[in-house]
Design a protein around this ligand. Structure first.
Ligand SMILES: *Cc1c(COP(=O)(O)O)cnc(C)c1O
Length: 410
């Protein structure tokens, strides 16, 4: 604990900055609840078709208020963030259209959706083509983007802010703002879609406030606050949300259907907790960076760096160290602390992946969790913790496990 305490002492000013952002986002949530007259009656539930679900409709108004945009779709019928991204892409793209990613290759689960990896149900099989432009030095390739937009008609541009399993940095809102301005100047009709997973409430603003047309994220990450048990959101321009709703449900029915099945209270309570939970997750990420930095490991981002998401990387340059660390995180988790995390061949991934996730909600990564593909340079991707204290205790277990291994090796 000594190492953790020492690191903590150095971090006070950074924690204060995060606390201020948390207060601003808490106010944003509170104001949205009040402005939309949230009432106890909104916790009621619908079944079947889900007509006239006033709670569901109020939740969507609240999301639109928070994201300062025209409309929102917040549904438990979305299985996950990947599903919401899939539905959004299929809703916005038509045969002959081009999808352009300007943040390099998208998140792994989208490869079969787009057709980067063969799948009989991909966008590619519907005649939607795909192009990508890599980031340059962790920023957009503005020149290249301008050239492509002048040369071809691009229907949708996708921007993924968080790094996924890549080695790049996550993308700040300032950069998103700059690139959206460029896109809109050259091609006003191109739809800018942002994958906002892990980024909500990390900053004071959201991508819809800097010009993005449609923004997508998961409810088992930041905005679910560790409480919402599944679902995802899509927010943005009204006409686009209508297209997404009609792809999720039925053309002609759209947002009018979809039973909330008792989820309204959990979605609202999760959102209510989210600014604070994101703050705790950020503090744990920064503490982890500092402690491991002090122990001599490479980390990304560095403890003092400005953050765009809640993900902390530790670059171990050694498979065994990565495995021991992740196993230690599992030991420090509230659920399944007694089981040993082992690398396995996960569907959709090229290398074996080791995952520690002792969470209440399956796969929830706003809860304390850590994973990493077993490949060079052996990076752990750690995120979450609904409270700072539990994250700190989990970190303690992880470094203890690492110490034990290093001592045995001597
Ligand atoms: C987690 C994540 C997704 C997918 O979300 P799921 O809810 O796990 O399906 C997509 N993009 C990024 C950048 C993510 O971090």
């Amino acid at each position: 604990m000594e190492r953790i305490k020492n690191a903590e002492r150095e971090l006070t000013p950074f924690f204060q900055e995060i606390e201020e952002i948390c207060l601003k986002n808490s106010k944003k949530v509170m104001d949205a609840f009040r402005e939309n007259h949230l009432a106890e009656s909104h916790f009621s539930s619908t079944t079947g078709y889900g007509y006239n679900d006033i709670g569901r409709d109020t939740i969507e108004k609240i999301y639109a208020t928070i994201f300062k945009c025209e409309d929102a779709l917040v549904r438990s019928q979305f299985i996950s963030g990947s599903h919401a991204l899939t539905v959004t892409l299929f809703a916005l793209l038509r045969p002959g259209d081009i999808l352009l990613s300007i943040s390099g290759t998208p998140y792994d689960t989208l490869h079969e959706v787009i057709g980067i990896k063969e799948n009989a149900s991909s966008l590619k099989t519907f005649g939607v083509s795909y192009e990508e432009i890599d980031l340059v030095a962790d920023d957009f390739a503005y020149q290249k983007i301008e050239e492509v937009l002048k040369e071809k008609k691009i229907k949708v541009i996708e921007i993924q802010r968080s790094k996924g399993y890549s080695k790049r940095k996550s993308i700040s809102l300032e950069k998103v703002e700059k690139v959206v301005a460029l896109v809109k100047k050259i091609s006003p009709s191109t739809i800018v879609m942002v994958d906002n997973c892990y980024c909500e409430f990390v900053d004071e603003k959201e991508p819809t406030e800097v010009g993005a047309d449609v923004v997508v994220g998961s409810l088992i990450k930041n905005l679910g606050g560790g409480i919402t048990p599944n679902g995802a959101y899509v927010v943005g321009k009204k006409e686009l949300i209508k297209l997404v709703a009609e792809r999720l449900t039925v053309p002609g029915e759209g947002k009018e259907v979809g039973p909330s099945l008792g989820m309204n209270k959990l979605i609202l309570q999760g959102l209510y907790m989210a600014p604070s939970v994101v703050m705790h997750a950020l503090k744990v990420a920064i503490l982890t960076a500092k402690v491991l930095e002090n122990m001599g490991y490479d980390v990304e981002p560095r403890a003092e760096e400005k953050r765009c998401d809640i993900v902390q990387n530790i670059i171990f340059h050694d498979a065994e160290k990565l495995i021991k660390y992740v196993q230690g995180i599992q030991k420090g988790s509230p659920i399944d602390s007694h089981s040993l995390a082992l690398p396995w061949d996960m569907p959709g991934y090229d290398d074996p992946v080791i995952m520690a996730s002792g969470s209440f909600t399956q796969g929830s990564s706003i809860e304390f969790s850590c994973d990493g593909p077993i490949r060079e340079p052996y990076i752990a991707y750690q995120q979450g913790s609904v409270t700072y204290e539990y994250g700190k205790l989990g970190l303690y277990e992880a470094i203890k496990n690492l110490d034990l291994f290093l001592k045995e090796k001597q």
